[in-house]
Design a protein around this ligand. Structure first.
Ligand code: APR
Ligand code: PHB
Length: 395
């Protein structure tokens, strides 16, 4: 295990995409940081997650020097398919916005980020447990944690909380100063990964009377599929056969003809929720990524929001070290949240339009839901609005 430094400028809690990229962006601006990660690197790299990289996120990764593999191995997607029953349209990102997205698994991106941290000589202290902070209202917070059986301490100028939805950083802001906003959805996604070629060259988001379905991919030989399940469903209820037949039942017949099934190599149940905790700053504590906001996976915004947060945060910190100005830091929370809320809105909109709501007995609401799709299918302007949000709003 590497030796623990006594102090650093920015102590980053969490070595997921947000924490790792923040460290790299700071390093490029000659701001030193240290990352504390609860898990082992192997554990972090085992997590299977979404892989849609917005146009602007890809540019950030290129500028940070971690896009080599993404550019050679990722897939450029210039559109997505949206299906409703037997009807299907293509949302033409490139034609409507001049932009595209890149399909590249978060697991691969995490591997690239770790490689770049090592090349830059940035310290990532893994298996750091029980992290706690003191003095975030002053100028030199102290971070304490346990590692390899010993209690360690690092003094710093700033603490960046990047420890995801199950982290602790968000709890370091006094509850009386926090406001949270939440929407839980009355269903979940059952996800399956298989060593089979994708059903189509582009993602398919499908609304069907039996529920939502999504066809995604990781490579030319690896596919990722999801179907909407009930809120309390368990994996035991989803043997592969049931999964495949339910998926096929929800897709247009023309697409099903190209569906190749096979044994699952991973299967998950994911609940869907929107959750935002404000503000993102308290004194010298700054939050970024999932620790401060969670969106449902419809629209694949989670990773992209982690990226935009750390771009804004690294700007603010670099400005502080370059010019001694706290203006960027004071504006960070509002700047980041303005973009976060637009993604919260977009993923809520997509979720509402495409899922079957068990409580939706109201005929009026059902009609509105299908009219929303009808409008999208028939209007270039509606498609442009979806495309603009999907490829990512400007940073
Ligand atoms: N101390 C140190 N590290 C912690 C702690 C803790 N108490 N708790 C959690 N962590 C680590 C986790 O092990 C993880 O590696 O913080 C990291 C947080 O990473 P992510 O959960 O990936 O969150 P973030 O970096 O904000 O990235 C957001 O990842 O979760 C997906 O859908 C999400 O795509 C989005 C992106
Ligand atoms: C995925 O590939 O896992 C994926 C793609 C798009 C989404 C969500 C997940 O909206």
């Amino acid at each position: 295990m590497s030796e623990t430094p006594k102090q650093t400028r920015v102590l980053i809690i969490g070595g997921g995409p947000a924490g790792s990229l923040l460290a790299l962006l700071l390093h490029q601006r000659e701001v030193e940081s240290v990352i504390l990660e609860l898990r082992t690197r192997e554990h972090v790299l085992e997590r299977v997650r979404a892989g849609v990289i917005e146009h602007g996120s890809a540019e950030v990764l290129r500028a940070a020097g971690v896009a080599g593999r993404m550019d050679s191995e990722g897939f450029v997607h210039e559109g997505v398919q949206v299906a409703h029953g037997e009807e299907m349209i293509r949302i033409d990102f490139e034609g409507l916005t001049g932009k595209h997205v890149t399909i590249y698994g978060q697991t691969e991106l995490q591997r690239d980020l770790y490689g770049a941290l090592d090349s830059a000589g940035i310290q990532l202290l893994d298996e750091a447990e029980g992290v706690r902070v003191e003095g975030i209202e002053g100028d030199s917070p102290m971070v304490t944690f346990e590692r390899d059986g010993a209690t360690e301490q690092i003094r710093c100028d700033f603490v960046a909380g990047c420890d995801g939805a199950h982290g602790v950083s968000n709890g370091f802001i006094p509850p009386s100063l926090q406001r949270t906003f939440e929407r839980t959805y009355p269903f979940c996604w059952v996800g399956l990964l298989s060593e089979t070629p994708p059903i189509s060259d582009e993602l398919i988001y499908a609304r069907h009377e039996r529920g939502f379905a999504l066809c995604s991919m990781r490579s030319e030989s690896r596919s990722r599929y999801y179907v909407q399940g009930s809120a309390d469903t368990t994996l035991a209820e989803w043997p592969d056969d049931r999964f495949w037949s339910e998926l096929a039942a929800r897709l247009p017949k023309t697409s099903v003809a190209s569906l190749v099934t096979g044994p699952s190599i991973e299967k998950i149940v994911t609940p869907l929720r929107s959750w935002v905790s404000e503000p993102l700053r308290h004194g010298r504590l700054l939050l970024a990524g999932d620790t401060a906001h969670v969106v449902p996976p419809t629209g694949a915004k989670g990773l992209n929001l982690a990226i935009s947060d750390v771009v804004y945060l690294s700007d603010a910190l670099a400005w502080f070290y370059r010019a001694g100005s706290t203006t960027g830091l004071e504006g960070y929370s509002d700047r980041a949240l303005a973009r976060v809320w637009k993604a919260v809105r977009f993923s809520w909109w997509m979720t509402n339009m495409l899922h079957l709501f068990p409580g939706m007995s109201d005929d009026f609401e059902r009609r509105l839901q299908t009219t929303e799709l009808d409008y999208l299918f028939g209007s270039d302007n509606a498609q442009r609005a979806m495309a603009e949000n999907y490829v990512g709003l400007p940073l």
